[in-house]
Ligand binder design. Structure first.
Ligand code: PMP
Ligand code: GLU
Length: 397
């Protein structure tokens, strides 16, 4: 008898985490797997941030923090928003959470009623859909393609809006496509949303600092819409701090209050030690972050170069984040003599089993023609992985 709730039975396991889990299991059995499925920097957290955490332990940060985060941590976030994004968010408008993932879940669960529609440009980050489903909301997808650099137009957005639309969620730089919306493009989106006073935006800016084309643009910069934007960010990617689990929002105060209430029942607060580490990260010089970004750019160029030699693959040039999202549909309905590949799911399992490279099927991000490869790995690993992928794909005829 199945005793679990419908809610959990209807929830899909995170595909990024699943592929990573399977590759860890295969590794434990002695297989030489190159894991390019989980999107996390392979660098270590910079030393001064680790030192700040040690100090926090010695200074006795062992009690529950305020639910929305320590005041000085929220002040550091407020200063960051002003300094780097020219956004005014008071401390009351900021909530620190257990990762940007929880920050997004707080907002989605605070804003959506069953049946509300959430617009998701495709490809979207894998967890948006499942979190929306937990809120019993209905995802509405806007397709994009490589030709348009995987970005939506204002016209497409307008056409997707119905009287039930409540929320638009997107990431820029985008996981998985690496696309970055320009200020003009964001203005176009903001202008459409401006004419619908009941629609809100979650702008996921977690890859802000992994941007190869210069200045990061936040949609909250447009004053005519700022009171309906929740800006999501965190320290996972910018400071190589995925395991510390700190994300945050800048939001209209009433939404921040709702998230505080939600979090007060779910986690009480984010980890006290990690909060102090995040404060150190945000208050210090970001040279280490810039160096990581330069390294990611080198790897992006390397992987684009290596993939040029694989026949049939279509690829855009990612402008940020650390993923490539190639269209691999050329290989569908081809066979290595043993098995026939019908879609990106089968291709990703084929690459895992035959090439021992773990990547994620584009289906997890809403695009069944693509796969996602994380290039947050050493150059040697990337070279070996692409060599293996190429050899395995060559066998498909
Ligand atoms: N948003 C996007 C687009 C992501 O890729 C991730 C991946 N970690 C997150 C949010 C969540 O980040 P975290 O919970 O580690 O802060
Ligand atoms: N955001 C990363 C990814 O997309 C980490 C995994 C996750 O949080 O789902 O791979």
């Amino acid at each position: 008898m199945i005793r679990l709730s419908n809610r959990i039975n209807n929830l899909a396991e995170s595909e990024t985490i699943k592929m990573s889990r399977i590759s860890r299991e295969l590794q434990a059995q002695g297989n030489d797997i190159i894991n390019l499925s989980l999107g996390e920097p392979d660098f270590d957290t910079p030393t001064h941030i680790r030192e700040a955490a040690k100090k926090a332990i010695d200074d006795g940060y062992s009690h529950y923090p305020p639910i929305s985060g320590y005041l000085d941590v929220r002040q550091a976030i407020s200063d960051k928003f002003k300094r780097e994004n020219n956004l005014d968010y008071s401390i009351q408008q900021i909530v620190v959470s257990t990762g940007a993932k929880q920050a997004i879940a707080n907002v989605v669960l605070s804003l959506l009623n069953p049946g509300d529609e959430v617009i998701l440009p495709v490809p979207y980050w894998v967890s948006y859909v499942e979190i929306a489903k937990l809120a019993e909301a209905k995802p509405v997808y806007i397709p994009t393609d490589i030709k348009h650099d995987f970005k939506i137009t204002p016209e497409q957005l307008k056409a997707a809006i119905t009287p039930k639309t409540k929320l638009l969620i997107y990431s820029s730089p985008c996981n998985p496509s690496g696309s970055v919306y320009s200020k003009e493009e964001l203005k176009g989106i903001a202008e459409v949303i401006a004419s619908y006073p009941d629609i809100y935006i979650i702008s996921d800016e977690i890859y802000e600092h992994i941007n190869f084309i210069g200045k990061h643009e936040s949609i909250a910069q447009f004053d005519f819409i700022k009171d309906r934007v929740v800006t999501v960010n965190g320290v996972s990617k910018a400071f190589a701090m995925t395991g510390w689990r700190i994300g945050y929002i800048g939001a209209p105060e009433w939404i921040a209050k709702a998230c505080d209430k939600m979090q007060g029942q779910f986690t009480s607060a984010a980890c006290s030690i990690s909060e102090m580490a995040a404060k150190a990260a945000l208050n210090s010089d970001i040279t280490p972050t810039k160096k990581m970004c330069e390294e990611f750019l080198k790897r992006r160029n390397l992987i684009l170069n290596l993939m040029k030699d694989i026949p049939g693959i279509k690829l855009n040039e990612p402008k940020g984040a650390f993923y490539v999202f190639p269209d691999v549909s050329y290989y569908f309905n081809k066979s290595d003599g043993n098995e026939t590949i019908h879609d990106a799911n089968e291709l990703s399992m084929y690459l895992l089993n035959k090439a021992h490279v773990s990547i994620v099927s584009g289906e997890a991000f809403g695009d069944c023609n693509c796969i996602r490869i994380s290039y947050a790995a050493s150059e040697d690993k990337l070279k070996e992985a692409i060599k293996r992928i190429k050899a395995a794909l060559e066998k498909l005829n």
